[in-house]
Design a protein around this ligand. Structure first.
Ligand SMILES: [Zn+2]
Length: 161
């Protein structure tokens, strides 16, 4: 037992993509909270992003399969909802990747003043700040749909949370 260190386990898990935004991984998204290693095995602590986002079952499955494929077992996955996940836990790298993917990353480090439709959300493609809110809900509840007045392209804004 415990032939793998916490760092090893975190490194192995960093390949797992976010199920909704495949360009970022669960580690960069801040979903991966902790790894506890004991005689009983490896316990992976994760915090779901938005409660409205499904796919946590899928992530649990991916975590177990990925670790077992690397010889890390037995694995238990524990979902912790308190404290709740916040966009503050997303790494800057994750935010950069979102922008390149065409999704405007969360605007504030603190979300209390994230008033939809009143903030200026820059277009992730052309960086124009002339954008309008089309819908509070994009493809998922996590995102709002905007349109750029400059390049005329719609884009999603990953809401602050
Ligand atoms: Zn644009």
């Amino acid at each position: 037992m415990s032939v793998y260190s916490k760092e090893d386990v975190l490194r192995i898990l960093s390949v797992i993509p976010d199920p909704e935004i495949p360009v970022v991984n669960i580690s960069e998204m801040g979903m991966l909270r902790d790894v506890l290693i004991s005689d009983q095995g490896y316990e992976i602590i994760i915090t779901p992003t938005y409660s409205g986002c499904p796919a946590m079952g899928l992530i649990e499955h991916d975590i177990r399969m990925t670790l077992e494929a690397s010889g890390v077992f037995p694995v238990t996955v524990k979902l912790v909802q308190d404290p709740a996940w916040t966009t503050d836990w997303m790494s800057d790298e994750a935010k950069d990747k979102l922008t390149k993917y065409g999704i405007a990353p969360p605007l504030h480090s603190s979300c209390s003043n994230d008033v939809f439709g009143q903030n200026v959300i820059a277009c992730p493609r052309c960086k124009s700040t002339s954008t309008i809110l089309l819908s509070r809900f994009g493809s998922t509840a996590c995102k709002s749909l905007y349109k750029c007045n400059n390049c005329k392209e719609p884009f999603e804004y990953f809401k602050c949370h």
